[in-house]
Unconditional design. Structure first.
Length: 151
């Protein structure tokens, strides 16, 4: 079996799973679902900097990456937010992610950077839009009508 054949299946599945997992973090923090913020069962109060905004990014970007819509910009934003979380929250506690509890943000940051580099791939709204644009016929050029002569 060739690896490009597997890539057509595994890449979209990878993107969907990563997007779903990231969106679940946002659901937990914004709405108290799935155990709530940090397992407390409670949501983060609206507008609390930076946690509430990070949760909003997690939910929105996770859903966009999952369905493959605006995948590259969503993945860049998600990657940046996780890099921020790592360097501001975790890295001051220790140099290595295993020491400072920052394994999850580090993995998400790199994963979303890879998704941004490779794009949505097949089975995505981005692919559907681009394939429809490619199939759309070019409009015929307009020909100017002759002006009637005045007598």
């Amino acid at each position: 079996m060739s690896s490009p054949r597997f890539a057509q299946i595994t890449w979209p599945l990878f993107r969907v799973v990563i997007g779903l997992l990231f969106a679940c973090h946002g659901l937990a923090s914004l709405f108290g679902l799935l155990g709530g913020s940090r397992g407390t069962g409670e949501p983060i109060p609206v507008g609390v900097w930076p946690n509430w905004y990070a949760a909003l990014i997690q939910l929105c970007c996770g859903l966009l990456v999952m369905i493959g819509l605006f995948t590259r910009p969503a993945a860049i934003l998600a990657s940046g937010s996780m890099a921020y979380a790592y360097f501001v929250v975790h890295q001051p506690e220790g140099l290595m992610p295993i020491q400072n509890g920052g394994v999850t943000p580090a993995l998400y940051a790199w994963t979303f950077l890879i998704i941004a580099a490779f794009g949505a791939g097949p089975w995505s709204v981005d692919e559907l839009i681009s394939s429809r644009r490619a199939k759309a016929p070019e409009p015929a050029p307009r020909v100017a009508e002759p002006v009637a002569e005045r007598a």
